[in-house]
Design a protein around this ligand. Structure first.
Ligand SMILES: [Zn+2]
Length: 248
């Protein structure tokens, strides 16, 4: 599924998307996606969209896309969210929720939804539950992609960036033809500060600390499906479908 189209659907209220009939294969399709950066959550979101016909509602993608819009094209909540981001502040819960609430048409879509990047906190999860209850909708499941810290470190620390054209390679998954040299422009490859094992560990620990209350919240409500995120994208996707079948 085309991500640009998804962003447009989200920003314009869902109308752009609903021409393609949702696939009625009986699997749970009102979902929240959780997973640390580097676990391959984005790839799984794409596979879920293609296979279930579910709209991918990624708040991160929406904020990125909204930056490129004229202010007249932005909804009030998106404008407010971007103002916080421009000041370098965290977007507060009520603003994030307002962005989601503006897209309630997407949440109502028969094809279901795939929330990504929201909720991030227990307060947001409670607000989402309220919003869905008001719409007489039910969240079906929360997919939590899990990978041991050291595997995330080894995945992310293999990234190499071209110092000239900024192309990204990976020593194992996407090696350049010649070690340390960019395939595209011949520039020198280097490891970004963010991709150093120590910075990855610090980010991952922060992610764990902030996400544990959220996974606990959904586990207590019997909504959490933990998916081991090792192996190929296809293997992980098969586990996802198996977990959804059991939950349906
Ligand atoms: Zn290059």
């Amino acid at each position: 599924m085309d991500t640009k189209q998804d962003q447009k659907a989200w920003i314009c209220g869902g109308a752009a998307h609903c021409e393609s009939p949702p696939k009625t294969n009986g699997l749970p399709n009102r979902l929240v996606l959780l997973g640390a950066p580097g676990v391959g959550k984005g790839t799984q979101a794409e596979l879920l969209c293609t296979n279930l016909g579910t709209c991918h509602l990624s708040t991160g993608d929406v904020f990125r896309a909204a930056k490129g819009l004229d202010s007249a094209e932005r909804t009030p909540a998106l404008t407010a969210a971007l103002d916080y981001m421009r000041r370098g502040d965290l977007v507060p819960d009520e603003t994030v929720l307002a962005v989601v609430a503006e897209r309630v048409g997407c949440l109502r879509c028969e094809g279901g939804f795939l929330l990504d990047g929201f909720p991030r906190t227990v307060a947001q999860a409670e607000a989402l539950a309220e919003l869905l209850a008001k719409e007489k909708l039910k969240l079906d499941a929360v997919l939590s992609y899990e990978l041991p810290l050291e595997q995330v470190v080894s995945r992310l620390s293999g990234r190499r960036t071209c110092s000239k054209c900024k192309a990204v390679f990976h020593v194992k998954a996407l090696p350049p033809k010649m070690a340390g040299v960019c395939d595209h422009c011949g520039g020198k490859l280097y490891q970004r500060e963010d991709d150093q094992p120590e910075s990855i560990r610090v980010r991952m620990e922060a992610y764990e600390r902030s996400t544990t209350p959220l996974t606990d919240f959904y586990r207590r409500r019997n909504l959490l499906l933990s998916i081991p995120a090792d192996g190929s994208p296809e293997q992980i996707f098969k586990r996802t479908l198996d977990a959804l079948k059991v939950a349906s």
